[in-house]
Design a binder for this molecule. Structure first.
Ligand SMILES: *Cc1c(COP(=O)(O)O)cnc(C)c1O
Length: 406
């Protein structure tokens, strides 16, 4: 049976068109883009076009794009690069408790070296309150870093509002948009974004290439030193085929910005409705409407996330529990805990993230296979019904209060 891939938040397949666009840069145009001769110029031209296509997707200028080796590197460059460049202005960074580890662990690294970091809380649906950002800003604050959408629960943050607060307070604003670029319309000007991180392999491009948007006039220090590539911001001979692939993925995403998210959202909604309807004691995590078009995430009571994944894998269905880095360890996801979900319930998390290749038949197949898996696991589960799990009522607003006393 064919594999059903519902894990697009972890990575997406590279589109055939993207691979086609990359191949000439392995086969013929393999020059070093810094070289002044024809071979180098051909490679540089491919990179220029990619820069334009990516800038167009973001509403940015080509010279505001810095190519990196990953989304993780772009986040590191944003935080560490700003901390170094602004060290005379202040020593305070504001971020949230639900960031990806690429931001969270970088913030913790800076904290160990003397920076002060505020980790803002989120509400039970994963939203950061722009007013909390405003209140946290001091005259020592040099950077606010809030992700555009969360990779585990899919909640889309009020980025434009947070950007407006930062602009008003004259504090730089970075957003980790790895989950949204190519999936949700973005305009860095309208959203008051100064720095934005993205990754090619989350938008049907190749792995090992990302970019940081750096608004014109914003100063960041490099964190890698060498030949001064990317206007001195990221030394390293460029991954030309990868960058060309990222550009092509961005161009296609822009072309399909109306149709692709609609396709995903339809499947997402069928998964959400189907799971909540057919699996008793399952809850939606994240925001009910303000969420990524491709993300359906749940907590299922009295079962372990990993057992669900193994059983789904046995049925050739790829899903995820918590983030890819968190699964495999016994710690509950920091994101789910930040929502106020109790530990035992957080261990039963399941994330389904759909993509352009998925079909309604695949959703039907999942909805047929999944409820019996939960039933079987519950029958042999040592996780007996516990009070603590009843204290969190999921994200359906109607139930938030009336069930609190149960
Ligand atoms: C995947 C991801 C990253 C890391 O990007 P890589 O290119 O895999 O290093 C960072 N932030 C978020 C929100 C992600 O989903």
């Amino acid at each position: 049976m064919d594999l059903i891939y519902f894990d697009h938040a972890a990575t997406t397949p590279t589109r055939p068109e993207v691979i086609e666009a990359m191949l000439p840069y392995y086969r013929e145009k393999w020059g070093n883009p810094s070289s002044l001769h024809t071979s180098g110029r051909l490679a540089a031209e491919g990179m220029d076009k990619a820069r334009q296509d990516l800038a167009a997707l973001l509403g940015a200028l080509p010279e505001e794009i810095v190519f990196t080796g990953s989304g993780t590197e772009a986040d590191n460059l944003a935080l560490i690069g700003t901390a170094i460049a602004q060290e005379n202005k202040g020593d305070h960074i504001i971020t949230s408790r639900i960031e990806h580890h690429a931001v969270l662990h970088t913030a913790q690294f800076l904290e160990k070296r003397g920076m002060k970091v505020t980790y803002l809380p989120v509400d039970s649906q994963g939203l950061v309150d722009p007013d909390d950002v405003r209140k946290a800003i001091t005259d020592k604050t040099i950077l606010v870093s809030i992700m555009h959408a969360n990779n585990e629960i899919g909640t889309i943050e009020p980025i434009a509002e947070i950007g407006a607060v930062c602009r008003e307070k004259e504090v730089l604003f970075h957003t980790d948009a790895v989950q949204t670029v190519g999936h949700v319309p973005i305009n860095v000007r309208e959203m008051n974004i100064d720095l934005l991180a993205l990754s090619a392999h989350k938008l049907y491009g190749p792995k090992g290439v990302g970019a940081l948007f750096v608004r014109k006039g914003v100063r960041i220090s490099p964190i890698m030193f060498g030949g001064g590539h990317e206007r001195g911001r990221r030394s390293s001979t460029e991954n030309v085929p990868g960058i060309v692939g990222l550009g092509e993925a961005a161009r296609l995403a822009r072309e399909e910005m109306d149709s692709a998210p609609r396709h995903d959202a339809e499947l997402r909604d069928r998964l959400i409705e189907g799971v909540l309807e057919r699996v008793p004691d399952s809850l939606l995590t994240g925001h009910p409407t303000q969420r990524l078009p491709n993300n359906a995430s749940f907590c299922v009571r009295y079962v372990e996330g990993e057992s669900m994944l193994l059983n789904l894998d046995f049925e050739n269905i790829c899903a995820s529990s918590g983030s890819a880095c968190t699964s495999g360890s016994l710690e509950a996801s920091h994101v789910l805990l930040a929502l106020g979900i109790p530990h035992d319930l957080a261990h039963g998390s399941l994330r389904l993230s759909v993509g352009r290749g998925n079909t309604g038949e695949e959703v039907d197949r999942f909805l047929e296979v999944f409820p019996p898996i939960v039933e079987k696991l519950r029958a042999m589960s040592p996780l007996s019904p516990s009070r603590s799990a009843d204290e969190w009522e999921g994200t359906e607003p109607d139930h938030a209060h009336e069930q609190a006393g149960e």
